[in-house]
Ligand binder design. Structure first.
Ligand SMILES: Cc1cc2nc3c(=O)[nH]c(=O)nc-3n(C[C@H](O)[C@H](O)[C@H](O)COP(=O)(O)OP(=O)(O)OC[C@H]3O[C@@H](n4cnc5c(N)ncnc54)[C@H](O)[C@@H]3O)c2cc1C
Length: 553
């Protein structure tokens, strides 16, 4: 990485001894499925836990999830089949033991949520209603409120957390950086420095810290993610010396509502699972010619096919045809209500759709218990790279991963914290920038546009190189600044995350899963490795994939 991305250890100057001090056993950064499940697990083994969320809890990716949670809940389905589907979607880059762990423990974690009061949709005989999504060989996607699965899961986990006296939730509290005993690489993480609009800067000292801050879809101009998904946790981890891996892999969701002025709202994969077709500008159903599973092919294949269709015919979008589907409004009440606000009726109208950045597969490298390479710091959920999703995530596997690995990581963090000693004095000195004023919103929107144009669904070496050079240049006069509120810190974090994605994508001279290089259209055995990036370490370090050998689609 360019020096500018490695120079800065902390975003702001501070003296730890002059700030308010808070102490806890486990600090969890993130209040989505992964963070809350980790917090519940840690509190259940007796730890005092603080959970931070920079937004209120309706603005997590978890709360926005629509389609459902994949799990093997009946005898006709099997753990092997779910694992096989996950490995196939993962395009040879999944770590097989991690896949098996998540798929195996999934049913128990989902039943536990039902015991805690989660309401999943049921059929008239009372049995759970399962949906079908792309890449799944079985109807195993369990949903709530039709297309409001995430909202219900979030509600259930917040209620469970509230019932445990050991958990304190700090909303609107922004993680700036992890604090480490020294600036040396691999120094132990001791907690975090945070900012709250009412309480200002605070030092939170913790025996263990769990990072569960979600994805970074907002680095792209087109994204399904809520505005908070700016990759802060990932950037803070990188600054602290944590290795991040597989950053090239950003999953693009194929079907996002594409109307000028409308938020890029997801039209869930479950809609295609229930029979919707994709039509090109001429009304032709093109996916049947692209893949045997047609509209239910893995997401990368559908997204790439849409982009090619648009490139060959012109225009901005393709069309989703739901006109033949029965009882659309009952099955997808949220999507129906959204469409109605634009005067679209799925029984009558074709819906304009386009792909958008959806799920950050790369992230903080973790082992099976959520350990990062820094003692005292764990990571879980979308911010982590556990090896479960490989080169492409199977639909509805991420809520599942958050539940399963959240439980394991939270327990591990609670059991393996060091004793809290006297707080170390930490001093961050940053010289004043000698560059001029900055139009922050311009940097942010330029970055998001460049990511979409140059580091998007179809990539080439020359465009990626341009992006890397642009971000290095922008970084020189953006990362040397000192900001005093979240918009500035988020922009600095987004620039770092964008630079990591672009570098990893440039390095990976192959096409695999959701990483598509027009100049290297095939998967290459030489790149069937995880690429890891860490502050101050030149070039990627590569680690072999754990599991089977063949390269699959
Ligand atoms: C529209 C949409 C639909 C989806 N549908 C599905 C689906 O049907 N099934 C499925 O399995 N997956 C789905 N996904 C993906 C899934 O929702 C996410 O991968 C998953 O919820 C991530 O959970 P998480 O706990 O890791 O992060 P999140 O739920 O995103 O939570 C992140 C938390 O970290 C906090 N945070 C971030 N930065 C900071 C900071 N600087 N300081 C303090 N706190 C911070 C946030 O405020 C938030 O509380 C969908 C995603 C989207 C966007």
């Amino acid at each position: 990485m360019e020096r500018v991305f490695n120079d800065r250890r902390y975003l702001i100057p501070f003296r730890s001894t002059l700030l308010p001090q808070i102490f806890t056993d486990v600090l969890v950064v993130g209040g989505g499925v992964a963070g809350l499940r980790a917090a519940i697990a840690a509190a259940s083994v007796g730890a005092e836990v603080i959970v931070l969320s920079k937004t209120d809890l309706s603005q997590t990716n978890t709360a926005w999830a629509q389609g459902g949670i994949a799990a093997v809940m009946g005898e006709a389905d099997s753990i092997d089949a779910h694992a096989e589907d996950t490995l196939t979607a993962g395009a040879g880059l999944c770590d097989e033991p991690m896949v098996r762990q998540v798929v195996q423990d999934g049913p128990a974690r989902l039943r536990e949520c039902l015991d805690w009061g989660m309401e999943l949709d049921r059929q008239s005989d009372g049995s759970l209603d399962a949906g079908q999504e792309g890449g799944h060989s079985f109807r195993r996607v369990f949903h709530a409120g039709g297309d409001a699965t995430g909202t219900e899961l979030q509600r259930c986990l917040v209620a469970k957390s509230d019932s445990l006296p050991g958990i304190r939730l700090f909303e609107q509290c922004f993680l700036l950086d992890f604090i480490t005993a020294s600036d040396e690489p691999c120094s132990r993480v001791l907690g975090a420095i945070t900012y709250h609009p009412r309480f200002g800067l605070q030092m939170i000292w913790a025996r263990s810290t769990v990072l569960a801050s979600g994805g970074a879809g907002v680095v792209y101009r087109e994204t399904t993610n809520p505005h908070a998904a700016t990759g802060d946790g990932l950037a803070a981890a990188y600054r602290a010396g944590v290795e991040v891996a597989d950053m090239a892999f950003m999953q693009f969701h194929p079907t996002v509502l594409y109307l000028p002025g409308a938020a890029r709202s997801l039209i869930s994969e479950a809609v295609r699972g229930d029979g919707a077709h994709l039509l090109d500008a001429g009304g032709h159903r093109f996916m049947t010619e692209v893949h045997a599973l047609a509209e239910l092919a893995p997401r990368d294949i559908v997204s790439q096919a849409i982009v090619r269709q648009i490139a060959s015919q012109g225009g901005q979008h393709v069309l989703l045809d739901c006109r033949h589907m029965k009882a659309f409004a009952a099955r997808f009440p949220g999507i129906s209500a959204l469409l109605k606000t634009f005067d679209l009726d799925p029984a009558r109208d074709l819906i304009p759709v386009h792909p958008a950045a959806h799920y950050t597969i790369g992230g903080v490298r973790v082992d099976a218990q959520g350990h990062t390479n820094l003692a005292g710091l764990f990571a879980v959920g979308e911010v982590a790279c556990s090896g479960v999703h490989g080169g492409n995530r199977l639909a509805s596997n991420s809520l599942l991963e958050g539940l399963v690995l959240g439980e394991i990581t939270g327990t591990e963090a609670a059991r393996n914290g060091d004793a809290l000693g006297t707080p170390t004095k930490i001093v961050s000195d940053i010289p004043k920038s000698d560059h001029g004023e900055l139009d922050l919103s311009d940097v942010r929107s330029s970055l998001r546009s460049a990511m979409w144009r140059n580091v998007g669904i179809e990539r080439t070496g020359s465009k990626l190189r341009d992006a890397v050079e642009m971000f290095d240049f922008w970084g020189r006069y953006t990362l040397d600044k000192i900001f005093d509120e979240p918009a500035g810190w988020e922009t600095q974090n987004m620039l770092l995350v964008g630079a990591l994605i672009a570098r990893s994508a440039l390095w990976r001279e192959e096409s695999r899963g959701c990483h598509s290089r027009v100049d290297f259209p095939e998967a290459s055995q030489a790149y069937r490795v995880h690429d890891g990036w860490a502050r101050g370490v030149g070039g990627p370090t590569v680690t072999p994939v754990v599991g089977r050998v063949e390269v699959v689609e």
